[in-house]
Write a protein that binds this ligand. Structure first.
Ligand SMILES: Nc1nc2c(ncn2[C@@H]2O[C@H](COP(=O)(O)OP(=O)(O)OP(=O)(O)O)[C@@H](O)[C@H]2O)c(=O)[nH]1
Ligand SMILES: [Mg+2]
Length: 805
């Protein structure tokens, strides 16, 4: 029968169920070494939070505790009340545990009133005990006032239903038959009360299957199933599986809820759900810990615990696992963080050790076959020992020292004594040994290639590998190494063969001279091939037919029009060498002029110094043309009359001179610092002189632009001409000194060469302009007229240059 309770505030009426939990009780003789689990089952139901769950409860007591306010001289415990929600409805439970308290001095049950055996007494439906306090835990006895105090209401307890506990684990000194007999007796008594009964099998986390089967058989006994088969719920208080389900199952019996609404899951199913929830909760908690600890292995639990107080994941964890477990997990995690940190640091030390070894023992011969121990002794005496290693006092381990947190990259000496350090050394020695061997293999392979008489230039490694198969060096080297060495050697072979072939072509001059001035056909080339094909140098190029063909064609081209570009000697060609020497000299000469070349005789009475660079006669002719245009070598620009002084730099570099208004007055220049020309005319009239400028001009421009601002040596004086001018020589000239390239026409060169010259000049000017380096290049070509340039062109040229200054 159910009771009702009225809540003063809400006025809502809840149903209250008074449940009595029974099961084998008594001294160790009856129940074996352990109780069947009544207290734990109730504890988990009434106070399910991990922090409130105790696994050890009283049943052996002192006399005073037995007489205390909690036990109250009874053989039952009042566990207080708990409120539960199931399927949207609220239920209030009050629980008592029927047990048998044993005197801790006599180890006999306390004797009170009439002494019914337990199986009879536990079936009591009306319990009475004035001022009886609810039991919480073992430590409460004797210290009741330090715990929450709840009285059993009215000192009375009218039982609505029974939970009968049956332990399915194995317990020493308690044969299953004993428990079954007791159970049978108890159930018989309970059935007589006509109150609903649910059997809760306990400790299913340690279940012994045959015992579970025994209890199922028991409820099927005729006398017990008379009023219907008693339901069995498989529980575990420790794992919190199906505990609430056992009590709710009883409530459904009391309320006669239809069976389909009161189905209880099997232990396995309920356990799986609990485990899944636990796993999710644990993972969420671990993430929280990780995010709060990071890599700080010295983190403290108390502040982190406080920070997490309102975190839902943390609270779920505490509910399921308890505060102590949370602290334990935290500390365990710190240990792993520290271990990781030590591992990472050790890895860095060992990496550095490898670098140190590379530095102090760069090759295998330096190591020889020294043991790690003797190498350690050697290292300790090394000059750089203290800069690479640190010695800790008194055999201290580096991970227990202040070094662990210090940012000192030096390797602790004690680490060198570990097998990991020795392994680093051994690996390094092996590496050196392998490297040394590899070098030897490479050398051997190269030597093998050189000694091989069958290999032809242009053959692939695959084609010739038959000669080397089985040789140690060949099989030990990697494919890449073999190919690199082979390619390298093939290059030498090819170059040598080509050179030999070119020599062959030169030796057969009579074969080629007949093609000197005529068109060459394919048949001619064929003919040449036929004539040479028996020669070994010809045959040597059989894998390089394309090269052989182009060498022949190139040679024919060379015969027809010999030039240094086509010459087989390339850089060693004497034409080329002479040109290089001359150009180098030109740079030197120009550099002197740009950065400080000057003359004692440079006139102070002029505003502008122009240099004409070129073959002397041509330069002079150019000067004469300009000179004829200018009156007294003076130039009027707007209102300014500028005096110009011209200087010739011979392209053959045998002298530099200046011209004093008159061509007859050529004066040799001496070098002087602090003089810079205001402009350059580079004069040329033949492809070779143009070529020479082509090579020298970019360098020339680079040097010109890099030159510091010059001041003419003798320019401390006042304006140099008596004519009025805003420009004087004391002013710094523009750093990008103007350069004018003048292409003059030599009547001896052919029309074709003239066009060639013109095109070359245009290309040169464009090339330099696109480099963005040139100041200005003018191309002027004139044909068949006396003098080198038409006057108006000279004039415009000068005008442009001077205006830019
Ligand atoms: N493995 C396991 N052990 C349990 C479980 N429940 C209780 N125990 C253990 O069984 C022993 C007895 O538990 P109690 O709950 O005190 O048993 P009891 O039936 O109340 O004992 P008495 O009142 O002395 O008759 C204790 O050591 C408990 O920790 C459980 O679900 N699983
Ligand atoms: Mg108990």
């Amino acid at each position: 029968m159910s009771h009702t309770i009225t809540k003063s505030m809400s006025k809502k009426v809840d149903k209250i169920y008074n449940i009595s939990v029974v099961g084998l009780s008594g001294t160790e003789k009856e129940k074996g070494s352990l109780g069947v689990g009544k207290s734990c089952l109730i504890n988990r139901f009434v106070r399910p939070l991990a922090d409130d769950y105790y696994t050890d409860h009283i049943s052996v007591l002192s006399e005073s505790d037995f007489a205390g306010r909690v036990v109250n001289n009874d053989h039952f415990l009042y566990w207080g009340s708990t409120r539960k929600v199931d399927d949207g409805a609220e239920y209030v439970f009050r629980i008592v545990e029927q047990t048998e308290f044993v005197d801790d001095s006599s180890f006999q049950p306390f004797k009170i009133g009439k002494t019914d055996p337990y199986y009879k007494r536990c079936a009591a439906c009306k319990l009475q005990s004035a001022e009886k306090l609810a039991y919480i835990c073992k430590n409460q006895l004797g210290l009741e006032h330090e715990f929450d105090e709840h009285l059993m209401p009215d000192g009375r307890f009218n039982v609505d239903g029974f939970i009968c506990v049956f332990d399915v684990s194995t317990t020493s000194n308690r044969p299953i038959e004993v428990q079954l007999d007791h159970m049978h007796c108890i159930l018989t008594q309970l059935i007589r009360t006509k109150k609903p009964i649910t059997i809760a099998t306990t400790k299913n986390d340690q279940a012994y299957k045959p015992f579970a089967a025994e209890v199922e058989k028991l409820v099927l006994k005729k006398d017990l199933k008379e009023r219907g088969i008693i339901p069995i719920v498989e529980t575990s208080a420790h794992e919190n599986v199906n505990v609430e389900a056992a009590f709710m199952s009883l409530v459904h019996l009391i309320e006669k809820t239809p069976k389909n609404r009161s189905k209880v899951p099997s232990y396995a199913d309920a356990h799986r759900v609990v485990m899944e929830t636990k796993e999710i909760t644990e993972n969420a908690f671990m993430s929280l810990i990780k995010s709060h600890v990071g890599t700080d292995y010295k983190a403290l639990w108390i502040p982190i615990h406080q920070q997490l107080q309102s975190n839902a994941d943390f609270l779920s964890y505490i509910q399921l696992f308890g505060t102590d477990q949370a602290g334990r997990v935290f500390r365990k995690y710190l240990i792993t963080v520290k271990e990781e940190y030590i591992k990472m640091k050790q890895k860095k030390y060992l990496e550095r050790l490898e670098c140190v070894l590379k530095e102090v023992l760069p090759n295998f011969d330096a190591v020889a076959d020294k043991s790690w121990y003797s190498m350690l002794l050697w290292l300790k005496k090394h000059d750089k020992f203290m800069s690479h290693f640190v010695v800790l006092p008194d055999n201290m381990q580096w991970m227990d020292s202040a070094l662990l947190d210090r940012n000192d990259g030096r390797i602790p000496l004690d680490l060198l004594e570990t097998h990991q350090a020795e392994l680093v050394y051994r690996n390094y020695v092996n590496h050196l040994r392998v490297e040394k061997r590899k070098i030897e293999y490479k050398r051997e392979f190269r030597q093998m290639l050189e000694e091989n008489k069958h290999m032809r230039p242009g053959q692939s490694l695959q084609e010739v590998s038959i000669y080397f198969v089985g040789r140690e060096c060949f099989s030990s080297l990697s494919d890449k190494d073999k190919l690199d060495i082979f390619d390298d050697y093939q290059k030498v072979l090819k170059d040598r063969a080509k050179l030999d072939f070119q020599e062959l072509l030169h030796e057969n001059a009579e074969l080629f001279t007949r093609y000197e001035n005529c068109q060459i056909s394919n048949d001619d080339v064929k003919d040449i091939n036929n004539k040479l094909q028996q020669e070994y140098r010809y045959k040597h190029l059989s894998y390089l037919e394309e090269d052989r063909r182009s060498l022949i064609l190139n040679h024919l081209g060379f015969i027809q029009r010999a030039s240094k570009e086509r010459c087989m000697f390339r850089e060693s060609c004497s034409d080329h060498q002479i040109e290089t020497i001359l150009n180098d000299k030109l740079y030197d000469c120009i550099e002197v002029m740009m950065n400080g070349g000057g003359a004692d005789h440079l006139s102070n009475n002029c505003n502008l110094h122009f240099a004409i660079v070129g073959q002397y006669e041509l330069a002079l002719e150019f000067y004469q043309d300009i000179h004829a245009l200018l009156e007294n070598d003076q130039l009027r620009i707007d209102d300014d009359l500028l005096t110009i002084e011209f200087h010739i730099i011979n392209q053959n570099f045998n002298f530099c001179c200046n011209i004093k208004n008159n061509v007859d007055q050529l004066v040799q220049l001496d070098v002087q610092p602090n003089f810079k020309f205001h402009g350059f005319f580079l004069v040329c009239s033949s492809p070779s002189s143009l070529d020479s400028f082509r090579i020298s001009l970019p360098h020339f421009i680079k040097r010109t632009n890099a030159a510091t601002l010059p001041v003419p040596a003798s320019s401390t004086a006042t304006p140099l001409t008596t004519t009025t001018t805003h420009i004087n020589c004391a002013e710094p000239a523009d750093t990008d000194t103007p350069i004018v390239l003048v292409l003059g026409h030599d009547p001896l060169i052919t029309e074709q060469e003239l066009n060639h010259l013109r095109d070359g000049g245009v290309t040169l000017s464009k090339r330099i302009e696109t480099n963005g380096e040139i100041v200005l290049v003018c191309v002027i070509v004139r044909k068949g007229q006396p003098g080198i340039l038409p006057r108006n062109e000279h004039w415009a040229l000068l005008q442009i240059r001077v205006e830019r200054l």
